[in-house]
Design a protein around this ligand. Structure first.
Ligand code: DWN
Ligand code: SAH
Length: 396
C-alpha cells in the first residue's frame, strides 16, 4: 500500500450545500474528511471521495465573478494567453459563470461545466457549453463535433476531479499536437507552509505538488514546460503543459526551480505531512482558545466570507453559532441560509457587517488584501480581524 493517511479533519458536510431552513438539518449528508499521501506518485488527496453529482449540480452556489480580485485575475489571464499563444480554438473545463471565457470570441470557444445553472448561463451568453463532467468519453464527443483544441484551460477545477488518469488522457485526446494545456490550482507548497488546511474539503479531491503532477501528466503523454506562481487562492501554480511529442518548446527553468523547492521542503517525504498534521491540530486548539477568550470578553464575533474553506475550519474546530453569531457573504445564493454542518446563519454584509461587530474571522483569508482595503472603517473604529493563516492571530 503506497497511500498513507496523515490528517484527520473530522466529520464534514458538503461544503457548498448551504441549507435553506432548519428543517434540512436532520438529513444533512456527512463524510469523514481524511487526507492521504501517496508515496509512489507523491499525490496528496482526500481519502473518501464524495460522489461528484452531490457536489456539482444545478444548485451549485459558488460564483467566480463575485470578487473583484477574481474578475480582474481572469481578465488578465485571458489577455496574456491570447497574446502569447494566439489560439484559434479554446476550451475551458469548469467554466462556472463564464468569468474567463467571456474574454474570448464565442465562435472559437467551447466550455464544459457540470452545473446546469451555470451551463445554461454561458450557453445563453453564446458559448457552446457541455453540461457534463470532464472525461475521455466527453472528450471523444467534443472531438467528433468540434475537433481538436489549441488551448485547453482550467482554473480551480482539475484538483476537483477524482480520476486524474482519465482527466489527463481526455486532455491528451482533445489537444492539438502543438497545443497547450494551462491549468491553475492551489499550491501544496502554500498549503503546507501556511498551514491552510482548510483547502481540504469535499470538492478539493487533491492538492497538487509539481512533483506529483509531473508523474501523473507523464502517464498521459503530457509534460510540464512552464510554471507561474500566482497570488490567488492563497498562492496557486499555473501549469503550462504540452504533448510529449511536441519538441518545439524547451522546458523552462521554472519547472526545475519548483521541483527543487518542493524537494527542499520535503513534499516527497511522509515526515513533512506528519509534521504538518501536528501543526494543524495545534492550529485548531489555538483558534478555539482565541475565539473563546474573545467571547468571554463579551465581543460580538462574526465570520467574513462563507467560504468552503471556513466550512472545514468550523466543523473541524467545532465552532458554531454560540461563538460566531453569523457569517456575512456577498454571494446572494449563499445568503439567508445556514453554513453546512455547524449551521451558523449566513447573511449579506449590508445586513450584518455593521457597527455592532467587534471581531471578524477571515473566512475568505485568500482575499484579505481586497477585504482589508474595503473595510478600513471597521479597523479604524477598533474592529479586529482574525485569521489562522499562517498561524492563529489578530491581524494588525
Ligand atoms: O475551488 C473552489 C474555489 C475557487 O471557490 C471551489 N471548490 C469553491 C470555492 O471555494 P470557496 O468558497 O472557499 O472560495 P472563495 O473564492 O474563497 O470564496 C469567497 C467567498 O467570500 C465568496 O462567497 C464571496 C465572499 N466574499 C465576501 O463576502 N466579501 C468575498 C470577498 C472578496 C468579499 O469582500
Ligand atoms: N473556474 C472557476 C470555478 C471554480 S469552482 C474559477 O476558477 O473560479 C470549480 C468549478 O469546476 C465548478 O464550476 C464545478 O462545477 C466545476 N467542475 C467540478 N468538477 C468538474 C468536472 N469533473 N468537469 C468539469 N467541471 C467540473
Amino acid at each position: 500500500m503506497s497511500t498513507i493517511e496523515f490528517l484527520d479533519l473530522s466529520k464534514q458536510p458538503i461544503a457548498n450545500n448551504f441549507l435553506k431552513s432548519s428543517e434540512d438539518f436532520s438529513d444533512e449528508y456527512f463524510y469523514h474528511l481524511k487526507v492521504s499521501y501517496d508515496s509512489e506518485t507523491h499525490l496528496v488527496s482526500i481519502v473518501d471521495f464524495v460522489p461528484p453529482e452531490m457536489m456539482f449540480n444545478e444548485s451549485y452556489v459558488y460564483h467566480s465573478s463575485m470578487s473583484h480580485t477574481m474578475r480582474n485575475h481572469f481578465k488578465n489571464v485571458a489577455k496574456s494567453l491570447k497574446e502569447d499563444l494566439t489560439p484559434s480554438k479554446v476550451l475551458e473545463i469548469g467554466s462556472n459563470d463564464g468569468v474567463f471565457i467571456k474574454h474570448f470570441d464565442p465562435k472559437i470557444t467551447w466550455a464544459v461545466e457540470p452545473c446546469g445553472n451555470f451551463a445554461d448561463l454561458t450557453n445563453n451568453m453564446g458559448y457552446k457549453t457541455y453540461s457534463d463532467f470532464w472525461s475521455t468519453e466527453l472528450a471523444r464527443t467534443i472531438l467528433d463535433k468540434d475537433g481538436k483544441m489549441d488551448l485547453i484551460f482550467s482554473a480551480n477545477c482539475i484538483c476537483h476531479i477524482q480520476d486524474l488518469k482519465d482527466t489527463f488522457d481526455a486532455v491528451s485526446l482533445l489537444l492539438n499536437d502543438d497545443g497547450t494545456f494551462v491549468f491553475e490550482d492551489p499550491s501544496l507548497v502554500s498549503v503546507i507552509t501556511k498551514n491552510c488546511y482548510d483547502q481540504f474539503y469535499d470538492e478539493h479531491a487533491h492538492i497538487f505538488s509539481v512533483i506529483a503532477l509531473q508523474n501523473l501528466l507523464n502517464q498521459s503523454d503530457l509534460e510540464i514546460y512552464k510554471i507561474e506562481k500566482i497570488s490567488v487562492h492563497g498562492v496557486s501554480n499555473r501549469i503550462y503543459a504540452k504533448k510529449k511529442c511536441n519538441k518545439n518548446l524547451e522546458i523552462d527553468a521554472s519547472v526545475y526551480e519548483n521541483v527543487d523547492l518542493e524537494k527542499s521542503l520535503g513534499l516527497d517525504n511522509l515526515e513533512t505531512y506528519l509534521k504538518f498534521a501536528d501543526r494543524v491540530y495545534k492550529s485548531k486548539e489555538d483558534l478555539s482558545n482565541l475565539l473563546k477568550s474573545l467571547k468571554n470578553d463579551n465581543k460580538k464575533i462574526v465570520s467574513y466570507g462563507a467560504t468552503c474553506k471556513s466550512v472545514t475550519i468550523f466543523n473541524f474546530c467545532e465552532i458554531d453559532s454560540t461563538i460566531i453569531e453569523y457569517v456575512t457573504d456577498t454571494t446572494p445564493a449563499r445568503q439567508n441560509k445556514f453554513l453546512p454542518g455547524v449551521h451558523i446563519p449566513v447573511i449579506s454584509p449590508e445586513d450584518g457587517f455593521n457597527d455592532s461587530v467587534d471581531v471578524a474571522f477571515l473566512g475568505a483569508w485568500n482575499f484579505s488584501k481586497e477585504i482589508l482595503e474595503k473595510e478600513k472603517d471597521f479597523i479604524e473604529r477598533g474592529g479586529i480581524f482574525i485569521t489562522h493563516v499562517p498561524n492563529v492571530r489578530i491581524l494588525r
